[in-house]
Design a protein around this ligand. Structure first.
Ligand code: HEC
Ligand code: HEC
Ligand code: HEC
Ligand code: HEC
Ligand code: HEC
Length: 196
């Protein structure tokens, strides 16, 4: 009796689970091999929810040159100290910031997003085209800890460039109609656009 029940459960899991697994795999939903969801623990427990969410500090107040540069897009301690020379000064994590600041040291933040070297990506083109940070990075202002929201695969880039609304929720119905099944796309899709 017990054996039968166990056997039934195992059988059912395989019968239902296998096709679901194959579906997820072939539709890129599992994104095996990509770092989707990567959420490293940072040297200081900096919270985007607290800063960008609750306190509504603008993304570009800290990520000043996200539009022009690949490096130093994460803020230096100068920017933190605009507030933390006077805000929450008694807290141990803030004293850690102040100590590093006084010694001229930076915080060794761990990079969350990382494209391979053979790919060129450029924030400014996307921001000039009106794309929101959240389209690619998700609800950062709700994250205690930043995690990688999109899989950053070639398919993700190319499908958005083609004008697929599943990959670009910002497209209007009119734009979707214009791009669908035509040679027009919202951004270039030739190899040299993204590869060296
Ligand atoms: C515009 C002002 C402002 C800036 C700029 C700012 N913070 Fe804050 N930060 C706050 C406020 C407000 C709080 C909440 C203070 C409290 O709860 O007493 C806070 C809290 C924190 C805390 C939590 C302290 C604790 O233990 O409760 C950490 C850690 C922190 N900030 C790190 C940083 C870092 C790192 C930077 C620079 C990348 C930064 N902050 C930039 C305003 C700012
Ligand atoms: C008070 C300063 C501050 C504000 C405001 C802020 N950030 Fe950040 N951001 C940081 C710091 C410091 C890090 C590095 C530590 C970490 O990853 O949490 C970071 C990391 C990131 C990363 C990950 C970078 C990587 O390593 O790949 C993304 C993406 C990001 N922020 C997007 C945003 C967006 C979008 C907003 C607005 C909704 C925003 N940030 C607002 C300070 C800030
Ligand atoms: C079209 C998608 C897209 C949009 C829109 C976008 N990002 Fe990014 N972001 C990326 C990708 C892809 C990377 C990884 C780049 C790399 O590894 O070279 C990245 C990396 C970052 C990083 C890590 C440092 C760096 O430059 O490598 C920060 C910080 C960041 N983004 C913040 C922002 C903020 C703030 C906004 C809005 C003002 C924004 N991003 C809009 C796709 C996007
Ligand atoms: C949410 C949609 C979206 C995603 C995702 C996206 N892009 Fe784009 N991309 C655009 C748009 C829109 C433009 C601007 C086209 C224009 O203004 O001509 C653009 C422009 C570019 C350009 C500049 C093209 C040129 O020559 O002017 C490069 C390079 C680029 N994207 C690379 C990438 C890479 C690499 C990725 C993935 C890591 C990516 N993009 C992901 C929408 C997207
Ligand atoms: C809109 C941007 C974009 C365009 C256009 C694009 N790629 Fe990519 N490609 C990427 C990104 C991002 C990656 C890295 C992520 C991945 O491997 O999926 C990649 C990865 C690759 C890889 C895998 C390399 C490896 O390490 O496994 C090959 C091969 C490749 N691309 C070839 C091409 C060719 C050929 C074309 C033209 C037909 C092309 N790509 C057009 C963005 C793009």
């Amino acid at each position: 009796m017990v054996k039968k029940i166990v056997g039934g459960i195992v059988g059912l899991t395989v019968v239902v689970g296998l096709p679901v697994f194959v579906y997820l795999l072939t539709n890129n939903k599992l994104s095996i091999g990509y770092n989707i969801g990567y959420e490293p623990t940072q040297p200081v427990p900096f919270s985007h929810k607290l800063h960008a969410g609750d306190n509504k500090i603008d993304c570009k107040y800290c990520h000043t040159n996200v539009g022009v540069s690949r490096n130093s897009a994460v803020p230096s301690l100068n920017i933190c100290m605009n507030c933390h020379l006077s805000v929450a000064v008694g807290k141990p994590e803030i004293q850690k910031l102040q100590k590093n600041y006084a010694e001229g040291k930076s915080i060794p933040w761990i990079k969350v997003h990382m494209l391979p070297d053979h790919v060129k990506f450029n924030h400014s083109k996307h921001i000039m085209a009106g794309k929101e940070c959240s389209t690619c990075h998700g609800p950062i202002e709700k994250m205690e800890k930043v995690y990688q929201y999109s899989d950053l695969s070639m398919g993700w880039c190319v499908n958005c460039h083609r004008g697929d609304p599943n990959y670009d929720p910002q497209l209007t119905a009119e734009e979707v109609k214009k791009y669908e099944g035509s040679d027009h796309s919202q951004a270039p899709i030739n190899c040299s656009t993204c590869h060296y």
